[in-house]
Design a protein around this ligand. Structure first.
Ligand code: GLV
Ligand code: MG
Length: 318
């Protein structure tokens, strides 16, 4: 399987605002999406499609993962968002973000429509991925069937703002603990549920936005929590949040090099020495250590980390 694309930082760009689109080109994010949904007023929806198509077709996005968030399947805008964007800029698009997914049938709808457009336009069938946002109680209850709904799926994305509204959470501060809840993490179940469903189906898990955009320390704390659980990245809404996301969701250089050393040592042990367990310094390694190291090394490689001189070669030890 190809290594997944890096999505440590996923920039939300209002699709109706050419000035923001221009700014987004210069930011050092792994991925971005041009938003046709909640950041765009109903009367601006049509113009936003045109702006998004032009932004994609003009190029200049470097190696960033290019997505568009269309409106959800219950709206009158959704089908035309997909048709306009993919017919006119399908070759310059990596994925569509589908918000407010409540069941597998929402993903089936988008998968089928994409296939029809790709065929009609002579685009490679199946290249454009789908990112499914889980942002209400129904979506969470059905998250397993959603995660299994299409080979186009690349990520499950947690939508905290809509989710908090959907379950009537008593707070208006997106991403922070609701006042009055003083034991544990009020979001742990939701985050873990999404993460486990994503992993069970080989998808990336992406955390949604943190809305207090000037409080970078708070962003870093919120991102640090989901990164620690295993999430692959987080939406960013402002240039101030970009560096923090890129740092928090990449392994440290030290952890990355350590993971590469574990892989080397374990490969040597199992293939040359024919042993299933081996010592690396004071650390005992077995097959489970290899799997954990593979995750850290994979995230590090995807984030562009490379081995320093000190860890280039592995010296077998007794
Ligand atoms: C994002 O779409 C959210 O609802 O938080
Ligand atoms: Mg939302």
């Amino acid at each position: 399987m190809a290594e997944p694309r890096s999505r440590r930082s996923v920039l939300a760009v209002p699709g109706s605002n050419p000035r923001f689109v221009e700014k987004a080109r210069r930011l050092d994010v792994d991925a971005f999406f041009l938003d046709l949904e909640d950041a765009v007023a109903p009367l601006e929806k049509e113009d936003a499609r045109t702006t998004a198509v032009k932004a994609l077709a003009d190029g200049g996005w470097g190696g960033k993962v290019r997505s568009v968030r269309v409106n959800d399947v219950s709206t009158e805008w959704a089908y035309r968002d997909v048709v306009t964007v993919v017919e006119n800029a399908g070759a310059h698009l990596d994925a569509l973000v589908l918000p407010k997914v409540t069941a597998a049938r929402d993903v089936h709808w988008l998968d089928t429509l994409l296939t029809q457009i790709e065929r009609a336009m002579g685009l490679p069938v199946g290249r454009i991925g789908i990112e499914a946002q889980i942002e209400d109680a129904k979506g969470l209850v059905n998250v397993d069937e959603i995660a299994a709904a299409s080979p186009r799926l690349e990520t499950l994305v947690y939508g905290p703002a809509d989710f908090m509204a959907s379950i009537n959470m008593k707070s208006l501060v997106v991403g922070e603990q609701p006042p009055g809840y003083d034991t544990g993490d009020a979001y742990h179940h939701v985050l873990m549920r999404i993460l486990v469903a994503a992993r069970a189906h080989g998808l990336q898990a992406i955390d949604g936005p943190y809305l207090q955009i000037r409080d970078v320390d708070a962003f870093r704390r919120a991102a640090g929590r989901t990164a620690a659980l295993g999430f692959d990245g987080k939406w960013v809404l402002h240039p101030l949040q970009v560096e923090a996301a890129n740092e928090v969701f990449a392994p440290s250089q030290e952890d990355y090099e350590h993971a590469e050393r574990i892989l080397d040592a374990y490969a040597h042990a199992t293939t040359v020495d024919r042993r299933g367990a081996v010592m690396l310094g004071d650390e005992m390694l077995d097959e489970a250590s290899r799997k954990m190291a593979l995750v850290v090394a994979g995230k590090g490689r995807a984030a562009g980390l490379r081995r320093g001189r000190s860890s280039e070669s592995f010296e077998p030890q007794d």
